[in-house]
Design a binder for this molecule. Structure first.
Ligand code: FAD
Length: 468
């Protein structure tokens, strides 16, 4: 018998329940990835597409190593699957679940159609720690606050990873036969794509970094987070593999149990985002608190562009936006700062920022990206209160005190002394001259006044009434 495995966000051999089930039940297994063209689905962003192509190459080689062919097709999932089933004579179809409303609707339609045609169609859990419907409040409702969600999640048994399927293990040379877009070359410089790279990153992170994670994770000049996010996005590693590996590590190194717990609580935010994606409508477009639909966002394309290009005149904001453009990634603390600056100081709709991130991030995630944007803008679940408006100067001074992060990404300011690195506009002209900085020429003047725009945001947000 032949089984078809439809791969989506799960490009790994280990802990891949759909693949394991297909291999356990059928003599022949064919894997299929579909670049889906269904209009209801959100198309992948450019940086994500680059990662995906590399990851598919890696997965194709890994699958070939266990005697499974990977077909990569483009089209509507239902039509492509129908053809593949006909061509292979498959009698079973397996996939790991996805959680967005539009994706679920596509999957449900496919399940109905193929089950009716006698194909054993089976979906599996594997992409989150706990299926979003299995975790609920005492009143049997979805969670809207993180801390009790985390408590419940911690008390839930997280399924153990399933093993890698057996196969003839024919070593396959890695093929690099596609030509990436030229802009991707710079991003490629920063990352290693694929399941083995993901596992190596986790191992290194646990061995060398996690102990410093609780204090270090907020400092963008240091690499004290795991950088597992793009691997998680494409399922090159699963959250539950991370969970169990980290727990095992803490067992052997009890003195680091607290640090591991902090790390896992951040990982649980990902599940919390998926909880929202599953239980809410269209989180990339609809504010989770209704009243925010009324907010009078400014239409300010020039301001939006200055933000996107890292030309706002606020060094930490510009450093973050340039890190994103250059590497396809941005440190979490700085993501919060640039998102607050856009949605509050510039009063530009958070959805504009979310879309830019969606296109530029290699970890652009259908749950984490919109949920985090809504969180910063104030309309999300358990969100930062609207009056919390980060000040990019004081935040910079606090989390990048010596200016290392700014100097790395905004080299035209590197000659400034630490005292002015986060506010070149406050430096005396002699200091600017010494550092070779001419505001308005070599580096932009601040595009807005922080104090005035802060007040405008407070006024706009507090005018929103109390309905939520
Ligand atoms: P680590 O600190 O090592 O954490 C490990 C994993 O836990 C992460 O890979 C991620 O899966 C999860 N995690 C950690 N922090 C968060 C968080 N605050 N919310 C949700 N999950 C978290 N994360 C994405 O994966 N994709 C996105 O598209 C994305 N967009 C964001 C947009 C904004 C405006 C903000 C403020 C945050 C966004 N995040 C997003 C969350 C967070 O910034 C990244 O997950 C984190 O920076 C990734 O780096 P890391 O893997 O080194 O994180």
């Amino acid at each position: 018998s032949t089984a078809l495995v439809w791969l989506r966000n799960d490009l790994r051999l280990q802990d891949n329940p759909a693949l394991a089930a297909a291999c356990g039940q059928a003599e022949h297994v064919v894997a299929l990835y579909i670049h889906e063209t269904d209009e209801s689905l959100r198309p992948i962003g450019a940086a994500g597409r680059w990662w995906l192509d590399r990851s598919l190459e890696d997965m194709g080689a890994a699958l070939a190593g266990i005697g499974i062919a990977l077909r990569v097709e483009t089209g509507s999932a239902e039509a492509v699957l129908a053809k593949a089933i006909e061509a292979t004579g498959a009698s079973a179809l397996h996939w790991n679940r996805r959680y967005g409303p539009a994706e679920r609707s596509v999957d449900a339609g496919i399940k109905t159609r193929f089950s009716a045609a006698g194909i054993a169609t089976q979906s599996h859990p594997g992409n989150v720690l706990v299926e979003p419907w299995l975790i609920q409040t005492g009143q049997n409702r979805p969670y809207s606050v993180f801390t009790p969600f985390w408590k419940t999640l911690k008390g839930t048994e997280i399924p153990r990873p399933v093993g890698k399927p057996e196969g003839p293990s024919i070593a396959q040379p890695k093929g690099h036969n596609h030509t990436p877009p030229s802009w991707a070359l710079k991003i490629a410089h920063y990352w290693e794509v694929g399941e083995q790279a993901a596992q190596a990153r986790l191992t290194d992170f646990l061995a060398e970094v996690v102990r410093d994670y609780p204090e270090g994770r907020d400092f963008p000049a240091k690499t004290l987070t795991s950088k597992l996010s793009p691997h998680l996005r494409f399922g090159e590693i699963s959250a539950r593999q991370i969970w169990h590996a980290a727990q095992a590590f803490a067992h052997v190194h009890p003195e680091q149990a607290g640090a591991v717990d902090k790390f896992l609580s951040e990982l649980a935010w990902r599940d919390f985002s998926y909880h929202q994606l599953y239980h809410r409508d269209d989180i990339a477009n609809v504010p989770m608190h209704d009243k925010f639909a009324e907010l009078g966002w400014r239409h300010a394309p020039k301001h939006l562009q200055a933000w996107q290009r890292g030309q706002t005149g606020f060094p930490i904001i510009d450093a973050g936006m340039r890190e994103l453009w250059e590497t396809g990634y941005m440190h979490n603390r700085v993501r919060m700062l640039v998102a607050s600056f856009l949605s509050k100081n510039l009063l530009i709709d958070w959805r504009q920022g979310e879309r830019w991130f969606w296109d530029c991030l290699v970890d652009a995630d259908a749950a984490n990206n919109p949920a985090s944007w809504q969180w910063v803008a104030g309309c999300g679940l358990d969100a930062a209160p609207y009056f919390r408006i980060f000040n990019p100067v004081t935040q910079g001074e606090r989390f990048d005190a010596r200016g290392d992060y700014v100097r790395a990404w905004v080299p035209e300011l590197s000659g400034l002394p630490d005292k002015f690195i986060h506010q070149p506009f406050a430096a005396p002209s002699s200091v600017l001259a010494n550092a070779g900085v001419t505001l308005g020429t070599t580096y932009p003047k601040p595009m807005v006044d922080l104090k005035t725009t802060r007040q405008q945001a407070l006024d706009a947000y507090s005018a929103l009434g109390t309905a939520s």
